[in-house]
Design a protein around this ligand. Structure first.
Ligand code: PRP
Length: 190
C-alpha cells in the first residue's frame, strides 16, 4: 500500500513561518496536546463549579480561546489588560493596569490565564488585585513559565511548559506586536 501523507501528518512538524530571525521551539502539535491535558486537569479540579477564566491581554488571547474550548465545564470569561513590556524585550519593571475587570469576583473561582510568566511581576500584581475582591479561590494557568522564578511567593498551579530564559514569540506572544499569529512558538534570535 502506498504511504498516504494526510494533511494532519504533513502539518504536524512543519514550521508555520519562514523567517530567519526565528528558530522553531514548540510545535503547534505539542501546544495543542498540552492545552488538552491542562483542560482535562481543570475539568477534574473544577467539577460542578463554574469558574471565571480571566485572560490577560493581549498575549493570552489565543491560549485562552483554545483552553476554554477544550474545557468541558460551564465557564465565564473576562479579560484584563496590563502592560509591563510595551514594545521592548525587557520588562519595564512597572505594571500598569490598562483595562479593568468587568466581572464580580467575590465568592467565585477565578483562573487567571497567562501566555507567559516571565519575571512574575504581572502575576503578583494580578494576585493582589483579585484577592482584594475576595474570590472563593484563585489559581493561575500559564502556557509558558520561565524556569527558576525564585521571587514568586505563591504557586502557579497549571503550567504548560517550563522554559529556559529565551525570548519567545508566537501563539499570542509578540515582539513589538508582531508574531502573535504564529501557530507555534519560536525563539527570536538576538
Ligand atoms: C507579557 C505577557 C505577560 C507578562 C509576563 O505581557 O503577556 O502578561 O508580560 O511578564 P512578567 O512575568 O515579567 O510580568 P506584555 O506586557 O508584554 O503585554 P502583551 O500581553 O500585550 O504582549
Amino acid at each position: 500500500m502506498p504511504k498516504v501523507n494526510t494533511l494532519r501528518s504533513k502539518s504536524k512538524n512543519k514550521k508555520d513561518f519562514n523567517n530567519k530571525n526565528l528558530k522553531a521551539f514548540i510545535t503547534s502539535a505539542r501546544i495543542i496536546k498540552r492545552v488538552k491535558q491542562l483542560a482535562k486537569v481543570i475539568n477534574k479540579d473544577y467539577k460542578n463549579r463554574v469558574p471565571i477564566f480571566i485572560g490577560v491581554l493581549n498575549g493570552s488571547f489565543i491560549f485562552i480561546s483554545d483552553l476554554v474550548r477544550a474545557v468541558k465545564l460551564d465557564v465565564e470569561i473576562d479579560f484584563l489588560k496590563l502592560s509591563s513590556y510595551g514594545d521592548s524585550k525587557i520588562s519595564s519593571g512597572e505594571v500598569k493596569l490598562l483595562k479593568e475587570l468587568n466581572c464580580q469576583i467575590e465568592g467565585r473561582d477565578i483562573i487567571i490565564v497567562e501566555d507567559i510568566v516571565d519575571s512574575g511581576l504581572s502575576a503578583k500584581y494580578i494576585r493582589n488585585l483579585v484577592l482584594q475582591h475576595r474570590p472563593n479561590s484563585l489559581e493561575f494557568c500559564t502556557l509558558l513559565m520561565k524556569k527558576g522564578l525564585s521571587n514568586l511567593d505563591f504557586d502557579i498551579k497549571y503550567v504548560g511548559f517550563e522554559i529556559e530564559n529565551k525570548f519567545v514569540v508566537g501563539y499570542g506572544l509578540d515582539y513589538a506586536q508582531k508574531y502573535r499569529n504564529l501557530k507555534s512558538i519560536a525563539v527570536l534570535k538576538p
